[in-house]
Design a protein around this ligand. Structure first.
Ligand SMILES: *Cc1c(COP(=O)(O)O)cnc(C)c1O
Length: 391
């Protein structure tokens, strides 16, 4: 029986042609037409005035925090239920994450908890917002649109405005998603995308920072290219980074970007078929989309209620593994991460429950109906096995 992987790239377009062009023209490194073209495709698709490519999504987030002026000992509010990368980026600039619980419906940053934190735990002093417990300045909100679904952004933007906080979107998992017909990645002050191998599109590895603010766009380009001040002399105005994407990677990215809508259509179809195939099982909740959202359904995930399903999400993972089907839990909530043990403790029961119940299922763009049916059948058989045991 062949293995069904969780989420692998789908290289179904002009990738080889564009890569050959790089080789033929000798433009393989950090200069070349594909880098410019890839950036232009984001300006067009997302609608921001500026797009700056980076070596990966994490470095794009690092630079986003730098251009936004988040400083050492500032605090940044972020959902605890996220892949660790944006938390690391906050730490790179010496700032502190404040972990916010997830909401139970769509598993995104709970905006009511953000409001509560700002109202009850902070005070305004000389035009700044300070966390009363730590004395630190609260500087920014960092919503992470997880799994292809947007955060409920309007109330969050309203809080940002009320408290004078910047909004930095981590849109790495949600390229192509929309919030009330507005494009994810064009909702806050600056946003980042990732083109890691398992994302909606891939460039092998890569990232993109997008913003409407000219000074931030210019600064981002400067910081990602070693902060060089002179076109000829090696004069550097500040500590810069070697974060530029290569032309080879951008070539793959351009080919993938041409196929983005097909990828999203495939992901949405996979979601529909899983929900149709599994939605009736007691104790198993399929992934849902908010009425105000267009989800890109990047990573199809179910919740397994151990008591009602008769089996834990991890036991189901092992059952799937025995059938050579790869599945995966969601991330350890960041407030529990050993890497963040120096951050003041947060109370995030919803995220902890989601971490224990969630299981992501195979959802590669190229997943065949037959393979998907095998996943569905294996889960249904596991459920029947439980019934038999109990009878
Ligand atoms: C993938 C991802 C990133 C960036 O990842 P890179 O591998 O550095 O491109 C950042 N945040 C989240 C939530 C992600 O899932």
């Amino acid at each position: 029986m062949k293995e069904i992987p969780l989420c692998v790239p789908h290289l179904g377009g002009n990738e080889t042609r564009y890569l050959s062009e790089c080789v033929a023209t000798n433009f393989v490194s950090s200069v070349g037409p594909f880098v410019d073209r890839f950036e232009a495709s984001f300006v067009e698709r997302i609608g921001t005035r500026f797009a700056v490519a980076a070596v990966n999504g994490t470095s794009a987030l690092h630079v986003a925090l730098l251009v936004a002026g988040v400083e050492r000992d500032d605090e940044v509010l972020i959902s605890t239920l996220t892949f660790i990368a944006p938390v690391n980026a906050i730490r790179y600039v010496g700032a502190w994450p404040v972990f916010i619980d997830a909401e139970p419906a769509y598993w995104q940053m709970d905006v009511r908890r953000v409001a509560e934190f700002l109202e009850r735990s902070c005070e305004r002093r000389r035009g700044e917002v300070r966390n009363r417990a730590t004395g630190r300045r609260v500087r920014a909100l960092l919503p992470v649109h997880i799994l292809g679904h947007p955060v409920d952004i309007d109330p969050l933007l309203a809080l940002g405005k009320e408290y004078g906080l910047l909004v930095i979107e981590d849109a790495t998992e949600s390229l192509g998603a929309r919030y009330k017909d507005r494009v994810v990645g064009h909702l806050g002050d600056v946003a980042c995308f990732s083109f890691n191998g398992n994302k909606l599109i891939t460039s092998g590895g890569g990232g993109m920072l997008v913003t409407d603010r000219e000074d931030w766009g210019t600064r981002a380009r400067y910081l990602t290219t070693q902060a060089k001040d002179d076109p000829i002399e090696f004069v550097h105005g500040t500590v810069g980074y070697n974060y530029r994407l290569t032309n080879l990677q951008a070539a793959v990215g351009c080919a993938q970007m041409e196929r983005l809508d097909d990828h999203i259509a495939a992901k949405r179809r996979i979601a529909e078929r899983y929900t149709a195939g599994l939605g009736d099982l007691p104790g198993l909740s399929p992934m849902v989309q908010a009425p105000w959202a267009f989800s890109a359904y990047w990573m199809y995930t179910i919740l397994v209620d151990e008591r009602r399903f008769g089996m834990s999400s991890r036991a189901l993972l092992r059952k799937l593994d025995q059938a050579r089907i790869q599945s995966r839990p969601l991330w350890q909530p960041a407030h529990l991460s050993p890497s963040q043990k120096d951050v003041p403790r947060a109370d995030c029961p919803v995220a902890e429950q989601l971490n224990s119940d969630a299981l992501s299922l195979p959802c590669s763009v190229g997943l065949t109906d037959a393979d998907q049916d095998r996943v569905v059948e294996t889960i249904r058989a596991a459920a029947r096995g439980v019934e038999k045991r109990e009878a």
